[in-house]
Ligand binder design. Sequence first.
Ligand code: ASP
Length: 371
Amino acid sequence: MKRTNDGGARRIVVISTGGTIASRWQGTGYAADASGDDVLATAPLPEGVTVEVVDLFNVNSSRMTSAHQLALLRTVHETFADPGVDGIVVTHGTDTLEETAFLLDLHHADSRPVVLTGAQRPFGTGDGDGPGNLYDALQVAASVRDLGVLVVFDGRVHAARGTVKTQTLAADAFSDPSAERLGRVGFSRVDIERQPERPAPLPLPAAARTAAPGAADAVPLPRVDIITHHSDGDPFLLNAAVSAGARGIVLVATGAGNATPEIAAAVAEAVARGVLVAVTTRVPAGPLAEIYTGGGAVDLVAAGALLTGTLRAGQARIALLSTLLAEGTTAAGDPARGTALLRRLLEGPVRAEPVLATGHSRSASAVAARA
Ligand code: ASP
């Protein structure tokens, strides 16, 4: 379907992928079901906007796979091959939206925006938030340039990088707990308050070039696992991930990036076998920092792991995936290049926080080096 409001000077393509914004009652619970046209029909169009819809797939986003995400990445690149397109809106489930947004952002070299949005309440309900979020996303997509990939939700504009789902049910579902939002949208205005800092974009990976739109598992993709540390935590699951063929592991450590000496030893073994290991934290906000030994971040880094700055698990996993998919950076290719690229993708706009005063010069400089 194509819809136009007032001559439609700005041409926006909506790529529909499912999520609560497209979910209907199925008798026992909600599931993604409504077409992109139906979802678009719920929202008024901002003035001067023409919209075309692409129905790419229709899943709730806890079922999202890397194959889905690469098919979306490919579709975004194909859509922007048309110079007449001014922007893209992706409707997506909120559960893994931050992962898809970050993947698109890492490979986004176009000045035109990609805006992801969705809903916390289902399709077709009188009190739903989907129509308003979609309207806002269209308005942002028709208004901004050079901001990379964005998340627009509940009147807020967020950079893809660093943004996480922070509310299970509330309408303001997203934020970056370590940084300010980028801006606001509402009352017919888009106000951008700061620029996102993004690493130089990566080219489209070969796996995305061959991914068939809509395919859930067309190409064999590297396994990347996420393992959470906790009291009583041991290396069993980390070793199991290596045995299962993981080529990347995200260790969700405690505090500023700490685990145990046994886990640090398991990390060293995994790294020696060519596995890329990134360390993030269970704590919602703040940067990772090399402060503690005895299995802490000091030892995990010495074992060959990289700290993720302020990126949390889902996006750290995407950074690993993009690194492994980049030509010549695989374990079989050039592990040193892989480590260098992963470091570049992880090192983002981490704000130094005055958590370390005096007496910890090594740790303080580690934090400062990432600032
Ligand atoms: N479970 C849903 C999904 O991610 C939640 C949502 O879309 O808000 O698809």
